[in-house]
Write a protein that binds this ligand. Structure first.
Ligand SMILES: Cc1cc2nc3c(=O)[nH]c(=O)nc-3n(C[C@H](O)[C@H](O)[C@H](O)COP(=O)(O)OP(=O)(O)OC[C@H]3O[C@@H](n4cnc5c(N)ncnc54)[C@H](O)[C@@H]3O)c2cc1C
Ligand code: FES
Length: 336
């Protein structure tokens, strides 16, 4: 067991020998800044001050060449050995509402949603406690490093954790998930993580935008809103950016969602209609249809979005710069 001290504010937490600095901080209830937990975003970068540090993924793209020159490290890809001192950012918004825990998950069943999107249903060791929009880190056999996957269901006492995952050609984790994992197999998991979760107290109408596999957390957010009765008094709009017509999914899931049929609107947008496909709906980049799809000024809504980093960047700029939506009404995950 190691003690990590943040020289910025003097806060101390312990890190078990097999943990990372970021996960140990969050497990202890400390709000160390982070986003992806997967080495991609750089939000958890810290300056080492004193002590012995082990880098788990040397080439993690979350560190820029300048960060590397300055000796910065990623909290999600670093393990401390012996007591250490660091200088890192922290804020109340990163304090986990539910403390992340490691557990084993057993695969119950899978179901194909499209040609490359599959739902995976796992059973855990106790009740499944998380907020709609959060994610879990999965450890798959033979795969270096954990992968983040967003929940597509909502918290439940049966201990079921559902994910909707898109196969990435040549991807290490998705190859194991799609081609090797069998019903009954057990994997390692750690969570919940993530700050882009449903704001139950917000009175505003809900707008969800997903690109590709970003569908999973948006479905969880809408399922959460439905389960909590939020759709009785709020409207919801879901814009889903699909590459081709065959990538559209979710119509059945949303139709089955109590409250969504009356209060909701599902708007798939196809970026490229390929030969042989028939489509008379909206085309192009999903964010370009946002303003025209909503009847009121954008600053009146609560926004949730998930998907590829360029899509997130475009939506953030649209909302914050063009439409002056306050940052507190914008909740997103970038899928690195
Ligand atoms: C917050 C978040 C939520 C996500 N939710 C979903 C979801 O709901 N559905 C979905 O389909 N996808 C989701 N993703 C993407 C997912 O985590 C994977 O990146 C994707 O499935 C591809 O994984 P792969 O191993 O098949 O591909 P690969 O190309 O082999 O790996 C891709 C990612 O794995 C990580 N990685 C690679 N090598 C290492 C290493 N040595 N050590 C540590 N990490 C490494 C990096 O983050 C990299 O971007 C999410 C990503 C994030 C950050
Ligand atoms: S949280 Fe560590 S790089 Fe994203």
């Amino acid at each position: 067991m190691t003690t990590v001290t943040n020289a910025k504010d003097g806060f101390r937490f312990t890190q078990p020998d097999d943990d990372t600095i970021l996960r140990a901080a969050l497990r202890s209830g400390y709000g160390m800044a982070y986003e992806c937990s997967a080495g991609g975003c750089g939000a958890c970068a810290f300056d080492p001050v004193a002590g012995d540090f082990e880098t788990l993924w040397a080439d993690a793209p979350g560190l820029s060449p300048r960060d590397r020159r300055k000796g910065r490290m990623l909290g999600c890809q670093t393990r401390a050995h012996g007591d250490v001192e660091i200088r890192c950012s922290s804020a109340a918004e990163y304090v986990p509402p539910i403390r992340p825990q490691r557990q084993r998950l057993r695969l119950l069943e899978t179901r194909d949603l499209t040609h490359d999107m599959r739902e995976f249903r796992f059973a855990g060791e106790g009740p499944a406690e998380f907020l709609p929009g959060q994610y879990m880190l999965l450890d798959l056999p033979g795969v270096q490093g954990s992968r983040a996957y967003s929940f597509s269901n909502v918290a439940n006492d049966m201990g079921e954790w559902h994910f909707i995952i898109r196969r990435v050609p040549g991807g290490a984790a998705t190859q194991v998930l799609f081609d090797e994992l069998r019903d009954g197999d057990v994997i390692g998991a750690d969570g919940p993580y993530g700050t882009a979760y449903l704001q139950s107290g917000s009175p505003r109408d809900i707008v969800c935008v997903a690109g590709g596999s970003g569908f999973a957390p948006m479905l969880s957010v809408l399922r959460g809103a439905s389960a909590q009765g939020m759709l009785d008094t709020r409207k919801a709009c879901f814009l889903f950016g699909a590459r081709n017509v065959r990538d559209i999914c979710g119509i059945d899931e949303l139709a089955a969602l109590p409250g969504f049929a009356g209060a909701g609107q599902f708007l798939p947008v196809v970026s490229e209609v390929v030969g042989g496909e028939s489509w008379d709906g909206p085309t192009g980049f999903v964010h370009t249809h946002l303003a025209a799809s909503l009847p009121r000024p954008l600053a009146d809504y609560e926004f949730y979005f998930a998907g590829p980093p360029p899509m997130s960047q475009a939506i953030q700029e649209l909302l914050m710069i063009e439409h002056k939506v306050p940052f507190g009404q914008i909740h997103f995950d970038r899928f690195f």
